[in-house]
Design a protein around this ligand. Sequence first.
Ligand code: NDP
Length: 244
Amino acid sequence: MTTAVVSGGTRGIGRALSLRLAALGYRVIALYRGDGPAAEQTERAGAGRITALRCDLTRPDEIHAVSARITGEYGAPSVLVNNAGVNRDRSFLSMTAEDWDMVLATNLSGPFHLSRALAPVMVEAGGGSIVNIASTTAIRPRSNGANYCASKAGLIQLTKCLALELAPHIRVNALLPGFTDTDEVTERYRLDDPERLAAVLDTVPARRLGTTDDMADALEYLVSTRSSYLTGQQLVVDGGHFMG
Ligand code: NDP
């Protein structure tokens, strides 16, 4: 059984990615920060194919320890999904250094450290695929998210640099979700208010939010041999919200 690692793999989009990879036959290691019940629930849903391991991605020491554990216990992964991400939205003029550092540490430095720790063993074992979960706001800015948008823009450039340097062994691509129906997004944009939801849907040609399964479908393509000539690219999955 080949191994896949999914950061933030126990909630929201990451949970759906873990479950899809498990259904495809991977042994999935889902990393999470602190939500134990969500981790247990995802393990149970994975029917023996998903193992959740705690690792704070803002801590390089924890990333190195968990990477050594994964490699030692399960062998080199053939798939790495850098999915974990956080928002700490504030207007730029009230954004603190801590708001900036925390978001950049999770969304950009986390993928750097995790990829840096696992890519060498992936190459040695014959290669594979890395998928970085960025965001459409990496290519089009939004208010109150200078830290988040900058972190995701950086993640796209990291994707391209790794695609260049890790070729031809590892393909590295970015998946850019638009509005996707997760608890985090519903709370942050208060989409349980029908008027707010309608206002958002007015801007989306597909007239619906993305589902976590939409993102899993895109991931399935990016890790499969059907995308074997695709590397260094950004796949936008947003119902046509941002074009071009
Ligand atoms: P959620 O908030 O639902 O889930 C985030 C996951 O990341 C959780 O499993 C969480 O672990 C984990 N995580 C957060 N911080 C850390 C950390 N320091 N160390 C380890 N794990 C951490 O997010 P979504 O599912 O909504 O988003 C997933 C990804 O998709 C993110 O990168 C996000 O930026 C991106 N995205 C989402 C969109 C959307 O509309 N939902 C749109 C565009 C991009 P725990 O549960 O333990 O806290």
